[in-house]
Design a protein around this ligand. Structure first.
Ligand code: ATP
Ligand code: MG
Length: 425
């Protein structure tokens, strides 16, 4: 058992990894067009980085952290999410300094770790594509960031993702609403799930997005945050809605969606889609204007999201979307006998250096099984190199599909494979 992967982890094998790379390439291209640059932070951080920011009553911190003491007795955590780590880095590297152009926009992609019960779309090691924008409190930033995620889904061809929008308002509005919610829920306490009874004490907003049936019933008539927004909160929310509408990005207002992390204010959102009849959040984020200051930096507004890469790929699969991935070889060189081993190497190297994808036999197999390999690698063209070809200085390159062929000099092959391909296709 010890020689198998730990529960909740996955190997991403060839055949799958191309899909990951494709999604990442589209994401990089999309993020870059919004002027985002990549940031890479450590996979592990001091425990306090997450405990202080994500919130020490949240599920992530109370139940899901992979934390341990290292040999130097430091309390370390494998990162459960990206935002806190990026904010830590923003402050530590003084990216708030006037000489750093504003807003500071960074994206990351990589592994996150949470001790959860593994199930479809829920792993212990999973991957997020995430973005963070620092320095803008303009609602246009909220909207362009949500639009960016929306554009990414569109580029990948994903259908039926719905933007769920809510606001937590200013800390003042949120506090007033929190009290109203406590007043509403306290008489219903006995009807709540065990977890939500605890949440009511520690983090009452979290009761709203509980997945337990009894909690859903209890919160059905709960007061709405929208009735507790002060002027500033209302103005920000209205502006976000108007700009989303101007960009024709469809959304629904979902006042029971509150997000699991403590650091949000104003806009929060999730992109939700259906996979085999159950709803799945692929992307979630929002505004966190207090977080940079809370982590020791100057007052700096922030906005960002995290997008679950496994879930994204699951949805691509479930929606049957073909990705434009090119696994094909341009040329397969079948090798006839050890005497041409070195010559075959020179040929594949020369063609590779021209920018083509080339493979050859290295196992000294019978021609028949070499041709089978060529088919498995989806080779577009194939040639056989033996002693006679070498002596003649000529080879026959075949279109592996139509069987059309052309005989060319080794010199031509080594210097202009493009012309040969042209002739065969
Ligand atoms: P959920 O309510 O599904 O537990 P969350 O609120 O914990 O999600 P976030 O912390 O906002 O999720 O993470 C952002 C995104 O990362 C999620 O929308 C989801 O796509 C993905 N994600 C979160 N946890 C996991 C996990 N354990 N395995 C795979 N993907 C995950
Ligand atoms: Mg979670």
């Amino acid at each position: 058992m010890k020689l198998q992967k730990p529960k909740g982890t996955q190997d991403i094998l060839p055949g799958q990894s191309e899909r990951w790379q494709y999604v990442e390439a589209v994401a990089r291209e999309t993020f870059a067009s919004y002027n985002y640059a990549e940031i890479r932070t450590p996979l592990f951080e001091h425990y306090e980085v997450f405990a202080r920011s994500v919130g020490d009553t949240t599920d992530i911190v109370t139940k899901e952290m992979y934390d341990f003491y290292d040999k130097g007795d430091r309390h370390i955590t494998l990162r459960p999410e990206g935002t806190a780590a990026v904010v830590r880095s923003y402050v530590e590297n003084k990216l708030f300094a006037p000489e750093v152009p504003k807003p500071v926009k960074v994206y990351y992609m990589g592994a996150m770790f949470r001790y959860e019960r593994p199930q479809a779309g829920r792993l212990r090691e999973f991957h997020q594509l995430g973005v963070e924008c620092f320095g803008s409190s303009n609602p246009a930033t909220d909207v362009e960031t949500m639009a960016m995620a929306y554009q990414l889904f569109n580029k990948l061809g994903i259908k039926d993702v719905v933007l769920h929008l809510n606001t937590l308002g200013t800390p003042g509005s949120r506090a007033k609403y929190r009290q109203a919610l406590i007043d509403y829920l306290t008489p219903l306490k006995d009807q709540l799930s065990k977890d939500s009874q605890r949440r009511l004490e520690e983090n009452p907003l979290r009761v709203l997005d509980s997945k337990e049936k009894e909690d859903k019933v209890a919160v059905a008539n709960a007061p709405s945050i929208l009735d507790y927004l002060d002027e500033e909160s209302q103005a920000h929310f209205d502006a976000v809605r108007e700009m989303l509408e101007a960009l024709k990005i469809p959304y629904v207002i979902d006042t029971n969606m509150v997000r699991g992390l403590d650091y949000y204010n104003h806009t929060i959102f999730e992109f939700i889609t259906k996979v085999n009849d159950s709803e799945l959040t692929i992307c979630a984020g929002g505004r966190y204007d207090g977080l940079v200051a809370q982590m020791g930096g100057p007052e700096t507004p922030g906005f960002g999201f995290g997008l679950g890469q496994e879930r994204l790929l699951m949805i691509l699969e479930a929606q049957g979307l073909k990705l434009p991935i090119e696994p094909a070889l341009d040329l397969y060189v079948a090798v006839l006998g050890d005497v041409v081993n070195a010559a075959a190497l020179e040929i594949v190297q020369a063609v590779r250096l021209q920018g083509f994808k080339v493979e050859r036999d290295v196992l000294g197999r019978k021609l028949k099984s070499q041709f089978k390999s060529a088919d498995q690698f989806a080779a577009k063209t194939i040639l056989t190199l033996g002693e006679s070809e070498l002596e003649a200085g000529q080879v026959t390159v075949k279109n592996n599909q139509t069987r059309a062929e052309v005989t060319v000099s080794l010199e031509a092959l080594k210097t202009n494979f493009a012309a040969i391909l042209e002739e065969l296709f």
